[in-house]
Design a protein around this ligand. Structure first.
Ligand code: ATP
Length: 218
């Protein structure tokens, strides 16, 4: 469903990705590993269209999307959760979720936003109990869950997740992992960047980025 060929990216004169190629199949969980600075975030950001200057071919469900702006890629079914979460911290959990539903076309959705919200809250019971709390008053792990829940409100076909289980409490790591595996079992494809091996052991494939180079063209 996603095919990337010969992707290069630069921050000014410094090249961060070198000829990266990969593919993600329907319903696949693919993990990208790599040390700090290897280029994992740059890769995900380039795929969603918010990265630095990049050149290469990106095909999504048969369409060439590398020249598309980020919002069009999101509308086409790519959902991104950044490492820094990017929540509306002054708004409540419920408001964060509904803003996502209102701003996204969710063309692939087979349910209404209300049904989707109910299903997502069942996946994250922690959020259900704090619906009216401002995001700024949540722990890092709870915010991470909200960031994922908010992206799920857009009914993505492929989730791009940057370190989803990084820097959160062990209990919430397990809750996050279980929620992601539940989504994977429901057929949501995922491309996950991580260093901590939480999802890698459940992945169909694990690739490694080293100083901007992918270990193999897959
Ligand atoms: P981490 O696990 O620490 O988040 P990463 O694998 O996600 O690392 P990137 O953040 O993609 O790696 O960084 C890849 C390279 O690009 C690194 O050499 C980094 O210093 C550089 N880089 C990242 N962001 C910028 C930026 N905004 N300006 C300049 N260089 C950057």
């Amino acid at each position: 469903m996603l095919a990337v060929e010969g992707l290069n990216a630069w921050y000014g004169p410094a090249q961060a990705l070198f000829n990266v190629s990969l593919s993600v199949g329907e319903g696949e969980l693919l993990v990208i590993q790599g040390l700090n600075g290897a280029g994992k975030s740059t890769l995900l950001q380039s795929l969603i269209g918010i990265g630095p200057r990049a050149h290469g071919r990106i095909h999504w469900q048969g369409q060439a999307i590398h020249s598309w702006p980020a919002h069009r890629r999101a509308q086409a079914g790519l959902g991104f959760v950044a490492e820094d979460r990017r929540l509306f911290t002054g708004l409540s959990v419920k408001e964060n979720l509904w803003i996502a539903a209102a701003s996204a076309a969710a063309p692939g959705a087979r349910d209404t936003p209300a049904q989707r919200c109910e299903r997502i809250l069942a996946l994250f019971p922690q959020l259900q109990s704090m619906l009216h709390r401002p995001a700024s008053q949540m722990s890092g792990g709870e915010q991470q869950m909200l960031a994922l829940a908010r992206t799920l409100m857009t009914a993505p076909r492929l989730l791009l997740l940057d370190e989803p289980c990084e820097g959160i409490s062990p209990v919430l790591v397990m809750a996050m992992r279980d929620a992601l595996l539940q989504l994977a079992s429901e057929g949501v494809a995922m491309l996950v960047a991580e260093q901590n091996n939480i999802l890698a052991r459940h992945a169909q494939r694990v690739l490694t980025l080293t100083s901007g180079h992918m270990d193999a063209a897959v």
